[in-house]
Write a protein that binds this ligand. Structure first.
Ligand SMILES: C[S@@+](CC[C@H](N)C(=O)[O-])C[C@H]1O[C@@H](n2cnc3c(N)ncnc32)[C@H](O)[C@@H]1O
Length: 473
């Protein structure tokens, strides 16, 4: 029997969904972060739960060929990256397997998964920095959380962010020192500053300091320092005094700069603000949007609904080719940005941006457009939790012709695809496998995109097409 604190030597025989090595020993599956397939490791068992255990590698006795030296000195301490010790080409293969495994295990289907689209820049790719500020024994510390904890590890720079991140952290450290700003204490819900959030596009920066109260010392000093460094920069103060993991509170106060900026992707000019969603990897989102348009293949006879449309970039690319594209998005600021985008690009007649929840809007919108226009394509790009069941059934019942589903969570993607294809069904609120089913949609294409190199995360794009009568998956 495997027990806590056992020390053992074994070979890694599999890799888990989070990139961790897996050992099977004495009837127990042991997960070992930062170990790779084929490696011989000495490890210590930290936790045992029935026949599953979690351990820590003490020494890599025989390293895998795919092992490389991590770039970041904080790797394995900070929870941001999980795969820096693995060659980039191998990371791509792992992500392809993760997606295939989710379809197999969750939806009971085995589509051909295309090779992962690689990032040209596997480092310095993030255009968004989101970093906590904590009080550690009276000292204010800016840094990332250690894996699975809220313990902040001091960080001055991070290789998956461009150089600007290091400069902004340095300015905040100077400001904290100058004005004796206190970091956040989760245990007492006290402090001045709890998060710094930065969005950078085309050399324009929106910086938000998330504070416990609205009035905090030195904000003009901070804005001036940021402006000296970056030129086009906006500083917001967001107030969040709730005990919560949600980063932003409701109130934003503009300290200095423009409230939104205009940027461009290819030939499309778009607006972005502090609250509207933008993909974190511009290079990969451009590649992914092109693939979505190719798969949706809109033409002058078809309308497209871009569900979960953010600031409207993808809606615009679809609208350029379709009879009309409808974006549906919950955040009002994002919808305003999408309206500006439509004007900038002369798409106001071809693009309609609806502010609302997809689960409220789509069950009526899909059948209405289907009746009016005949050919309707749906594009989904939901948050990690996936698409609500009533939206999936509306898509099935109204006779949508095609669905392109973009997802940052292969598990909820597999679940939703299973429900659309019919390999899964809902029984009394639970999702179960369905043995004999007549497929409504067939899964035609699955392609992972590496939006998040060095981390376990993966984006995917899939195409589902309505099944014609009599065909089987
Ligand atoms: C993953 S993002 C995709 C955004 C956009 N497609 C893009 O590429 O920038 C998901 C978007 O869904 C929005 N959202 C979240 N829940 C929603 C809901 N229930 N109904 C409509 N939009 C929602 C979020 O505000 C966010 O903009």
């Amino acid at each position: 029997m495997i027990k806590k604190n056992d020390e053992k030597i074994s070979f890694i025989t599999a890799v888990g969904a989070n990139g961790e090595g897996i050992v099977k020993e004495e009837g127990c599956v042991i997960f070992l972060p930062f170990a790779f397939l084929g490696e011989k490791v000495r490890y210590k068992v930290l936790k045992v739960k029935k026949n599953i255990a979690f351990g820590k590698v003490l020494e890599v006795l025989v390293p895998a060929e795919e092992r490389v030296k991590p770039v970041c000195p904080l790797f394995q301490k900070c929870g941001g990256c999980q795969l820096q010790h693995i060659k980039y080409t191998e990371q791509l293969k792992m992500k392809r397997k993760t997606v295939a495994d989710c379809f197999h295990k969750i939806a009971g289907i085995d589509p051909e998964v295309q090779p992962t689209v690689r990032a040209d820049n596997p480092y310095a790719y993030r255009n968004k920095l989101q970093i906590p500020v904590a009080d550690r024994d009276g000292e204010t510390v800016i840094g990332f959380y250690a894996e699975n904890t809220h313990r902040v590890i001091r960080t001055d720079k991070c290789p998956i962010h461009p150089d600007w991140a290091e400069k902004i952290i340095a300015v905040f450290n100077e400001y904290i020192k100058e004005f004796h700003i206190k970091g956040y204490r989760e245990d007492t819900n006290e402090g001045d500053l709890r998060h710094i959030v930065v969005r950078a596009v085309n050399e324009q920066f929106i910086v938000t300091m998330v504070c416990l109260k609205e009035n905090i010392a030195g904000t003009d000093f901070l804005y001036d320092r940021l402006k000296d460094l970056f030129g086009k920069v906006t500083l917001y103060l967001n107030v969040n005094d709730a005990r919560t993991n949600v980063i932003f509170g409701k109130t934003f106060r503009l300290i200095g700069g423009e409230s939104t900026y205009v940027a461009s992707m290819g030939k499309i000019r778009y607006e972005f603000g502090v609250q509207s969603f933008l993909q974190v990897n511009a290079e990969m989102s451009e590649k992914m949007y092109k693939k979505v348009v190719e798969l949706a293949a809109p033409d002058e006879d078809s309308v497209v609904i871009d569900a979960f449309s953010g600031a409207g970039l993808m809606t615009a690319m679809l609208a350029q080719k379709a009879k009309k594209a409808y974006g549906v998005e919950i955040v009002p600021e994002a919808v305003k940005c999408a309206d500006s985008l439509a004007r900038f690009n002369n798409l106001s007649d071809k693009m309609e941006n609806i502010c609302g929840k997809c689960e409220d809007v789509l069950p009526a919108l899909i059948p209405t457009l289907k009746r009016e226009f005949g050919k309707v394509t749906l594009v989904f790009d939901p948050p990690r939790k996936g698409v609500e069941a009533n939206v999936l059934s509306a898509a099935s019942e109204a006779g949508v012709d095609k669905i392109v589903y973009v997802s940052c969570n292969p598990a909820t993607l597999a679940r939703d695809v299973g429900l659309l294809v019919g390999s899964l069904k809902e029984v009394d609120g639970a999702i179960v496998k369905s043995e004999n089913f007549t497929p409504l949609f067939t899964l035609q294409y699955v392609r992972p995109f590496d939006f998040f190199p060095q981390t376990r995360h993966v984006e995917s794009v899939v195409l589902l097409e309505r099944q014609t009568a009599g065909m089987n998956t």
